[in-house]
Ligand binder design. Structure first.
Ligand code: DGY
Length: 326
């Protein structure tokens, strides 16, 4: 029986690729930049399975171009680039990588929160620019306390819960808002449910941890930023389009909120001349939430195992649409 054909749209660490190579003939897109849509369609024409990243648009056009496709495995927990409903309608299961990257992403969320609160990037830029001329000044570089501050988490999935767990270690007063109330998490992490507008008004730190959906697109725009405290700090570790960038720019420029910290932007990559990058009160990183080596390797291995399971017609460890095979 011929081996199945797998397409992997970006170079993976060898241990993860080996999992796929053990059962399939693998074609790996070799470039740093992703394939264009037409290149991807061409490559997928003979693929039985495809391992994608958030930069690959998996839609009806791709599925039309890949008539043999029987599994999609996404190397991410977010699936906003994948038309899962379309895959389901064609009986194609979609794997993804929840859980394995939640702790690393929550760690990065706290790095951003702490960095914005204590002004680490801003003061480092000043130091490197030769600004540190006086050893100590009692009124220089005053930031905000993190301990005992109020943290508002928007979205209480696995990453949101890991953020809540970390907040306990900082003695934070944590509120959360999500579509569903979670009494188990309230008891486990000592957190309280709040309506969205109450959370925005109460929180010293507003932490976004929601998937990107039509409902969460521009969830934070002018009116929501206006509800935040003037001393408030917004942190986004979810997806860039959850925040309206023009509204955020204005709120930061006019000091209507104190600071923001973004690991995700809209668009990605952010343009070098984007006005947000002119602001000192913005901390920004290039979508590195889950980019810690052990976590990334485990994520790649999970995506590889999901792909192999799909190729072999077995249940995946993490499938977004198990009903596709029902
Ligand atoms: C995810 O897993 O969704 C991360 O944002 C990386 O793509």
């Amino acid at each position: 029986m011929p081996r199945p054909k797998a397409l992997v749209t970006r170079t993976l660490l060898p241990d993860a690729l080996d999992i796929i190579r053990a059962v399939a003939d693998v074609e790996v897109w070799p470039d740093e930049a992703p394939p264009s849509a037409s290149e991807l369609h061409g490559l997928a024409a003979h693929a039985d399975g495809i391992l994608t990243t958030i930069m690959d648009r998996v839609d009806a056009a791709l599925l039309d171009a890949a008539p043999n496709l029987r599994v999609i495995s996404q190397l991410a927990v977010g699936l906003d680039n994948v038309d899962v409903a379309e895959a389901t309608s064609r009986g194609i299961p979609v794997g993804y990588t929840p859980g394995v990257l939640s702790k690393a992403t929550a760690d990065l969320a706290f790095a951003l929160l702490l960095g914005a609160a204590r002004r680490t990037s801003e003061s480092e830029r000043w130091l490197r620019g030769g600004g540190w001329q006086i050893q100590f000044h009692p009124t220089h570089w005053l930031g905000q306390d993190v301990h005992e501050a109020c943290l508002g988490i928007v979205g209480l999935g696995q990453i949101g819960r890991e953020i809540a767990r970390r907040a306990r270690g900082f003695d934070m007063d944590t509120v959360y808002h999500s579509r569903t109330r979670y009494p188990d998490a309230e008891a486990e992490y000592g957190i309280r449910y709040a309506e969205f507008s109450d959370l925005l008004a109460q929180a010293d730190f507003v932490m976004l941890s929601v998937p990107l959906t039509p409902e969460t697109h521009h969830l934070i725009s002018g009116p929501q930023l206006a509800m935040m405290k003037p001393s408030g700090i917004l942190i986004n570790v979810s997806r860039g389009p959850v925040v309206d960038p023009a509204a955020l720019y204005e709120a930061l420029r006019d000091r209507r909120i104190a600071r923001a910290a973004l690991d995700v932007t809209s668009p990605e990559p952010i343009a070098p001349d984007d006005p947000l990058l002119t602001l000192d009160n913005l901390v920004i990183t290039p979508h590195i939430g889950s980019a810690a080596l052990p976590t990334r390797l485990n994520t790649m291995k999970l995506a590889a195992r999901n792909l192999v399971a799909g190729l072999q017609g077995e249940p995946m460890e993490a499938c977004a649409n198990p009903e596709a095979l029902a």
